[in-house]
Ligand binder design. Sequence first.
Ligand SMILES: [Zn+2]
Ligand SMILES: [Zn+2]
Length: 298
Amino acid sequence: MGNRALEQLFRANPTGTATYQELSQVRGVFLTHLHSDHIIDYGQLLVIAWWQGLQAMSTPLPVRGPGRRDTLPPVFGDRPEPPVVHPDNPGPGTEDMTASLIQAYATDINDRIRDNHFPDPRTLIDVRDIGIPGHRPEWEHAQPMPRIDPFVVFEDDRVRVSATLVEHQPVYPAFAYRFDTDEGSLVVSGDTGTSDNLVAMATGADLLVHEVIDEEYVDAEYGDDEAVRNHLLTAHTPANKVGQVAQAAGVPHLALNHLVPAQPPVSRWRNAKRGYDGRLTVGEDLMWLSFNRRRPTS
Ligand SMILES: [Zn+2]
Ligand SMILES: [Zn+2]
């Protein structure tokens, strides 16, 4: 639900006739982590989808995402302790954020409930923080993340969604998701450095959508600051390593997204083929990707 995600959902309509009613086809929202570039349009979804699509859904829209963080990340570098924003709850989770957004838009929401007879939007969504099995407080500062087994966060008659912890320090938790359907399996990395948990969860999947960062770009922009450079290259996956992630998981198709930087040339992502003998796609906005289940070859 990053910047312009809602607009792109409208435009993704395969008939080309984008209408707000298309939002009724959204089956769920799964937030990988709470960095603003992944959630900034969530408030828009809550408010606009409420009166432009969600009311047509037969069941509340499931929303799953990180829960509250108990401890703040350490201060990066050699800096004094800065002031804390919202000290009563400095690490709000998905349920907290949803309640705060509803509160922020309450003037509009109450107006439309009373004037347009819309239902309370809270009845149209099913928002839950994801509880992490076996979570221990020290995991909030662990690097790398402890090895955990993928765990189910949502299931209906068409899809089972599992999550695992990935490497996006100092963010905790950061999730990758796996979507298992009768037609095939898709794994979405979210923001992460190379992650053993992700490789384990992606094993046997048909398509891996993975984030990527260009190491040469990082060197050019931040090469004079070793700490920032290393930070970026461990919280994200360099192009020359992402193919090895897909190879280790045995995934036949790797699609790159969250390209840092987003600017051309596309050739900067050629390194992603290093160590990978599957199919590589460099993602673009509104690209359709199939993930048909592989047929047994025997
Ligand atoms: Zn992030
Ligand atoms: Zn991001």
